[in-house]
Design a protein around this ligand. Sequence first.
Ligand SMILES: *Cc1c(COP(=O)(O)O)cnc(C)c1O
Length: 383
Amino acid sequence: MSRKLRLMIPGPTPLPPQVSEALARPMVGHRSKGFAELTARLHGKLQQVMQTNNEVIILTSSGTGGLEAAVANTVNPGDKVLALVAGKFGERFRDLARVYGAEVVELHFPWGRPVDLDAVESELRRHPDLKVILATHNETSTGVVHDIRGLGALAAKHGALLAVDAVSGLGGIDLPADAWGVDILVTASQKALMTPPGLAMISLSEKAWAQANKCRAPRYYFSLPAAKKALAKWNTAYTPAVSLFFGLEAALDLMLEEGLAKVFARHRLLARATREGIKALGLELLPPEDVASPVVTAVKSPAGIPAESLRKILADKYGVLFAGGQAELKGKIFRIAHMGYVDQLDVITALGALELALNEIGHRVDFGGGVAAAQRVFQGGAE
Ligand SMILES: *Cc1c(COP(=O)(O)O)cnc(C)c1O
């Protein structure tokens, strides 16, 4: 028998059976009436899940394509942008802005710590000509959620656009995009949205559209004005990933049936149980708990135990996939994702497997200690 795989990585995430079933539907024409109706329904459901009244463009690309669309449509060559870098994905957004010829002002924060709003405001004061702030909502590489509400207020006060990479957080963490003043919101299908990789979603505020319509950066496949024109007829500019549209609708239906507030509460509870389990095993979390992510938990590997060896045992022997650390955190941390189609027993499985792997590698822990701590959180009920 092939190994039973348990994906506990921050994307791709496990698929609900309803999504898998939808993905297997027979192909249809993407210029058909039926597909236009699907696109219209998807649009309404995406607006609900993305908590925005702005138009939502669906791009057939990975999340990075969505980030590229954000930059290519709002940043003119030579424009000054502020990149907030506190992890791998903050770096990626910065790199994109550089490639598009922006004059990038960088603000760095330690990996595993949140963005400091005072530092951001000083930078906005120092550079009154900053056009766009590039921010990460859930920094997947460190398991930290940044203060988008605070950044939204600063962007509005200083007349800059706020672009947010919400690829891993959206759908698992409450992010009222319009209410918090997010101008450019980017997410993708394969994380908390429980759909395979291949779709990016992006929405722009009125201010951001004004910029997109006159932007001088080169763009073709990722032209948002072209996408918007097609959307007016519930169409896409180019052939979309038809099957993923089917799957995405099934996933959004599940989320809306559960109710967004409950979806967010479920993720918070799973994250808290994971953290309590980790602490009960005597391990240390990377971020401070008040900014720790509801969708991915970053854990320091115990002294003398390379995170990669631990991950190898988990994967080879138990089929449990944790993520490793990226860049400067490689080998030092491992990350347990609990985003999307996840429940209490997934957390118990993760902790149980971790206990086995730790003992196997010679780092003795009490069997059941981490699991019991998580169970106590679950039976304690309320968040
Ligand atoms: C996964 C992820 C991305 C996009 O990655 P792709 O591999 O291009 O889909 C971007 N930002 C964050 C925060 C992510 O977690």
